[in-house]
Design a protein around this ligand. Structure first.
Ligand code: SAJ
Length: 442
């Protein structure tokens, strides 16, 4: 199938890079967003999101005329839906005492309905938004069939998940394997024809519900594995073991790959997607549910550790290093580091946070320092919350000269115990209860 013109609905972290990449490969793209601010910003040639390399690609696509932005979709050969699927803030359900969140599919519904008046015979519609299993068949298809056209015979319908890593979106869009789930084999084939425009990775055709499950399985797998790493960290502390060392040794086994403990799981994917399984099958998902709970509890566990290190939290001054949801990104939303800071403050600590990727960020209730120096001065303890490369390179002797703090707490295995101890710090690390042994060596 040949595509001359496509409409991409939703110009966020996935939709905008995808739209610009299609445009860069010669397809006429109408980028659609219901948020007038997004449309205006892009029309001015500016960007509302930060992603390395995106500005250049979008600028070029706009300048070439291949990408235009609008508030409404229009007739096209294909429609691609990449809108958010968050949770309802105030709606929950419960199964055997397990309270779970419910997905808010209103953006997918609205985007599908917006396509409806423009849907023609022979069109292709693709849902990319992460969604509960069967969304394509049971939610999107019936809306589109209100047009009286029949999905699978009059038009093609697919689910194709994005699998890109924030910070590397443009490269991964092209290089990652792409799973395309059609509601019929012909639909999947049409989807392949579209993505083959730029995808260099393997393109695999399957059915729509399998593709939906694949996406959720990837992130749930990661969540459960991080939960077990976090539980191992708790166990290691109980047994006087260094979990980081133990994980390194366990991973020498050819069929074991344990992930890293840390202050919790953030971001918009891994801490969210497992709930889509729980919501659609609570009776089948106790493990997935409890893994989510373990990871959500992790900031509290960190706070407990900080309290043990400091004796008490009330009145203590803490320099918190890092607020991003993970290493070397500037995204502070859904961040466990932010949660840790809030909890410390609730317990009476005075926290000054330093985030090198967003020194001027403003977060309600959090004192963000304009410089590292500012966060450090007057501190009683230095708390490492994010494994930014910049932090792992800090020289503790240098740092000791800038702060009265002589307690360092590392929650991400970013620092070397011996170097910090030599620089005069009492050193604590999450999941590591072996200080006396290292002391003996040094
Ligand atoms: N984390 C740990 N320990 C680890 C790894 C991660 O605590 O060993 C934490 C991170 O610090 C962070 C959270 O988990 O708070 C998630 O980070 P991440 O790097 O695992 O994932 P995301 O959310 O940035 O992106 C994921 C990716 N999925 C997988 O790697 C399976 C990405 O490919 C997906 O496209 C993305 O979710 C998505 O949009 O679904």
């Amino acid at each position: 199938m040949k595509f001359n013109k496509i409409c991409v609905l939703g110009l966020g972290y996935i939709g905008l890079p995808t739209a610009a990449t299609f445009a860069a490969h010669g397809i006429q793209v109408i980028g659609v967003d219901i948020n007038p601010l997004v449309v205006e910003t892009l029309k001015r040639g500016e960007l509302h999101i930060h992603e390395p390399g995106l500005r250049e690609v979008v600028e070029q696509a706009l300048a070439s005329g291949k990408l235009t932005v609008s508030s409404h979709p229009e007739e096209a050969d294909a429609f691609l839906i990449a809108v958010p699927t968050p949770f309802h803030e105030d709606k929950f359900a419960e199964y055997e005492g397990r309270r779970y969140k419910l997905a808010d599919m209103s953006a997918v519904i609205a985007a599908t309905e917006a396509i409806l008046p423009h849907l023609r015979k022979g069109n292709l519609v693709i849902l990319e938004s992460t969604s509960p299993p069967r969304t394509t068949l049971d939610l999107v298809r019936p809306i589109l069939e209100r047009s009286t056209l029949k999905a699978g015979s009059d038009f093609f319908l697919c689910y194709s998940p994005e699998r890109v890593l924030p910070g590397q979106i443009l490269r991964e869009l092209v290089e990652n394997a792409r799973v395309i789930g059609g509601i019929t084999p012909e639909s999947a084939r049409a989807g392949r024809d579209l993505y083959a425009t730029f995808v260099k990775g393997q393109i695999v055709e399957t059915d729509a519900t399998t593709a939906e499950m694949v996406k959720l399985m990837e992130n749930t797998y990661r969540d459960v594995n991080i939960a077990i790493a976090n539980e191992f960290a708790r166990l290691a502390e109980k047994f006087g073991v260094d979990v980081w060392d133990a994980i390194r040794l366990a991973n020498l086994h050819p069929r074991v790959n344990i992930l890293n403990p840390g202050p919790g799981v953030g971001g918009h994917c891994i801490s969210v997607d497992p709930w889509f399984f729980v919501e659609t099958a609570p009776e089948l998902t106790p493990l997935i549910y409890h893994a989510r709970k373990v990871n959500d509890e992790q900031p509290r566990f960190v706070v407990k550790r900080v309290k043990e290190a400091l004796g008490r939290l009330n009145g203590k001054r803490i320099a918190a290093l890092g607020l991003a949801y993970k290493a070397d990104v500037d995204d502070l939303r859904e961040s466990p580091a932010v949660e840790v800071v809030h909890l410390l403050q609730q317990a009476g600590a005075q926290v000054k946070a330093w985030e090198p990727f967003k020194p001027h960020a403003q977060l309600k209730g959090i004192d963000i320092s304009p410089t590292l120096q500012d966060a450090l001065q007057n501190a009683d303890a230095v708390l490492l919350l994010v494994r930014h490369t910049e932090f792992t390179r800090l020289d503790p002797t240098d740092l000791a000269a800038k702060t009265p703090a002589r307690i360092a707490i590392d929650t991400v295995n970013g620092w070397n115990r011996e170097t910090w101890q030599k620089a005069g710090f009492q050193f604590h690390r999450l999941g590591d209860a072996k200080p006396q042994i290292v002391n003996r060596k040094s």
